[in-house]
Design a binder for this molecule. Structure first.
Ligand code: MG
Length: 381
């Protein structure tokens, strides 16, 4: 029986690679829903190829164009962000791949869990912002979530079949494009510098997050919720070759690592094939070509975002939501050349000190925290 999937964010980096996986596994995966924010041209192409039941173009400006293009294809076309939260509840879907960018993933993920859909989580911000609500809801609805993020997929692959006796996890980080830069040179970083990741080819937002190492900070919080860990059980180590995707150390001191060439298609496929593994023709690792796998401590002076993320996690409540919203606004401002690279952590820290703290937030509190933080950081810019 194939899995019937919805891909939220089908035109982004994870979305297009999920469709590559679907293309290679036509007996295993049937595409039922595709959603995109504004890349209507690619959405139309994807819809014609994969013949989903429905598509959503969130940006209403492009609705008519998509509708006209798919006329005669027997594909329902919807528009608006609310439509995304509705289509995930369709009866013919059993699995939702959440591959949209940032905070926008929260509401549709909640709706999908409420409708009992299996979640392949690529939108880490959902867990960063509201990890407590999501984990409670998963338990309540008996819904399973598999991680797409390569580090979390690695940890998941290491613990499958193990008694759950984790001493700690070791999240690997490539260190990003500025790992070897001198701190003084980091004042002049341009978006073009920051978008050039050494190992991974990713979307703009996550590329900047990798350059500031906020991505690793968000992943620390994501890991806390996915695997139910305490802060002292989550370690970050820089591993520039990105071959070991993360490791787990068990109660007896034994360490398992999951390895492979950096290719997001593998964790995407595993999130969909679990508990099975499907055949793939992804490039294989040749150890002779990687004589040196190296490891080093992250430089927290150069990358204060990592420390801010640990602080937000420690504080709990709505603090990770403040961190996330401030980061989203700051990253966008940096990409638009309105602020310097090293202003990103400065703005985030100001938001963490300036926004009202809520100890046990409800969903409504998270929404207002997000709105409040966005306007606060925007006003500083
Ligand atoms: Mg990752």
């Amino acid at each position: 029986m194939p899995k019937h999937i919805a891909i939220l964010g089908s035109t982004g980096s994870i979305g297009t690679q999920t469709l590559d996986v679907a293309r290679n596994n036509p007996d295993e995966l049937t595409i039922e829903v595709l959603t995109a924010n504004s890349n209507y041209e690619l959405l139309i192409k994807q819809a014609i190829e994969f013949k989903p039941n429905a598509v959503v173009i969130a940006n209403e400006q492009h609705y008519q164009t998509v509708k006209d293009a798919l006329f005669n294809h027997d594909i329902k076309v919807f528009t608006g962000t609310d439509a995304i939260a509705q289509v995930v509840q369709m009866d013919n879907i059993d699995t939702v791949v959440t591959a949209m960018v940032g905070y926008s993933g929260l509401k549709p993920t909640i709706k999908a869990i409420e409708a009992g859909k299996h979640i392949a989580l690529a939108n880490k911000e959902t867990l960063v912002v509201a990890g407590d609500l999501i984990t409670k809801l998963l338990e309540e609805k008996k819904v399973f979530m598999t991680p797409v993020d390569s580090e979390h997929s690695a940890i998941f692959q290491c613990i499958v079949g193990e008694p759950f006796k984790i001493e700690k996890i070791i999240l690997t980080a490539s260190g990003g494009p500025f790992r070897t830069w001198h701190k003084n040179d980091m004042a002049n970083i341009t978006p073009a510098n920051a978008l050039k990741h050494p190992n991974w080819n990713m979307g703009a937002k996550i590329s900047i997050d990798s350059a500031t190492m906020m991505n690793k900070g968000l992943e620390v919080i994501e890991a806390k919720w996915l695997f139910g860990l305490a802060e002292e059980q989550i370690e970050v180590i820089v591993h520039p070759q990105s071959i070991i995707h993360s490791m787990v150390q068990f109660a007896d001191g034994s360490i398992k690592a999951q390895m492979g060439l950096p290719d997001m298609k593998l964790p995407i496929q595993y999130a969909l094939s679990f508990p099975d593994r499907w055949q793939s023709d992804f490039p294989r690792m040749d150890f002779a070509k990687f004589a040196n796998l190296t490891f080093e401590q992250p430089d927290i002076e150069k990358f204060p975002c990592l420390t801010l993320a640990y602080q937000a996690m420690r504080k709990g409540g709505n603090m990770p939501a403040i961190l996330n919203a401030a980061n989203e606004i700051a990253v966008e401002a940096f990409l638009n050349e309105k602020i310097a690279f090293m202003q990103i952590p400065v703005l985030i820290e100001k938001a963490m000190n300036g926004i009202t703290f809520v100890n046990t937030p409800t969903y409504t509190d998270y929404v207002s925290t997000d709105t409040e933080t966005r306007s606060f950081v925007s006003s500083l810019i």
